[in-house]
Design a protein around this ligand. Structure first.
Ligand code: MLT
Ligand code: MN
Ligand code: ZN
Length: 310
């Protein structure tokens, strides 16, 4: 069995975003019916309900822990946390800066690709994760690995990381290089299973496109949490909140002939849940035509605090 908690369902900036007055942010900020606020994307996974691993660590992690009792200290006195590790899917601000909230002397294992581990190493502020207490482990692609606590205790959670089409973190882009200097291990997704093999799901908060080999990998899956960033590739421009398309940001859109809903239609995935949803995306509001279309195609829109047992 696996327990999954959605800590944050929003993309970078959350919903509403602090400086955004797009139609969706305006409605969410006003608390209109059919809206909820969202923090930045992250889930927590556990096989035993006691030891939890974060998949990505958002800048909202402190607030997320305050909202979710399963992640709070419970040892009667002194310091304790059920969070025993974190697995990173890229080096984006919305996925790594929560590590700073986990400072300082708490035993943790941080899993990431060699590329992302280098990003953490090169940024000395991450040394607030005291190396005496926090072990940084590199992940090999396409190689199943049982997550362990810093002390080496087996968790019952197996991850298999694999590269997906994507882009290097925005703040690391090299304008002069092809695809801004992105390398395969800059953006990965996770296949997460229970050690007994009975439960398996995918966590994929950033995916730029769906090549045939990725579609094949996902075919028939029980559950996929998938990049829900934008409904339309041009959504940021249309809302006058930015100039970048989804394609430029490394995110495939929900709608359209090459979009996520169309790509998943033939795959027979049993449960499909959007996560990492940008504040401009109309699927964030219940009852919009876009939300209705996504739901009619079998998609769920994750929300902060959502619980899934698999
Ligand atoms: C993304 O998902 O594209 C990034 O989180 C963007 C950002 O760093 O703001
Ligand atoms: Mn993001
Ligand atoms: Zn907005």
């Amino acid at each position: 069995m696996l327990k999954i908690l959605v800590l944050g369902s929003g993309a970078g900036g959350g919903s509403p975003q602090w400086n955004c007055d797009c139609p969706v942010c305006r409605k969410v900020r006003a608390g209109e019916p059919g809206t909820v606020r969202r923090t930045q994307s992250s889930i927590a996974v556990s096989a035993d309900g006691d030891n939890w691993f974060l998949c990505n660590a958002s800048p909202d992690l402190g607030q997320q822990i305050i909202s979710i009792p399963a992640l709070q200290a419970n040892c009667d006195s002194g310091r304790h946390s059920p969070i025993v590790g974190a697995v990173l899917t890229n080096g984006d601000v919305d996925h790594v800066t929560g590590l700073l909230t986990l400072r300082e002397s708490h035993p943790l294992a941080v899993y990431a690709t060699g590329r992302v581990q280098k990003v953490l190493k090169d940024n000395k502020i991450f040394n607030v994760l005291n190396p005496d207490f926090v072990e940084r482990r590199a992940m090999e692609m396409d190689t199943p690995l049982e997550l362990k606590t810093k002390e080496g205790k087996a968790s019952g959670v197996i991850i298999e990381p694999f590269t997906v089409p994507g882009k290097i973190a925005l703040w690391l882009e090299d304008e002069t290089a092809e695809n801004f200097g992105s390398q395969p291990e800059d953006t990965i997704a996770l296949k997460i299973s229970s050690a007994d093999g009975a439960s398996t799901f995918f966590y994929m908060p950033g995916v730029a496109e769906m090549p045939p080999e990725l579609a094949e990998r996902l075919s028939g899956a029980s559950l996929v949490f998938f990049d829900g960033t934008l409904w339309n590739d041009d959504e940021m421009k249309n809302n006058q909140v930015g100039v970048k398309t989804g394609e430029r940001m490394g995110h495939m859109s929900n709608s359209g002939d090459d979009g996520t809903i169309a790509c998943f239609a033939p795959l027979g995935v049993k449960r499909k849940i959007f996560i990492h949803i940008n504040n401009t995306n109309p699927i964030l509001i219940e009852g919009t035509p876009e939300r209705t279309e996504a739901e009619a195609a079998g998609w769920e829109v994750s929300y902060d605090g959502m619980e899934v047992t698999l």
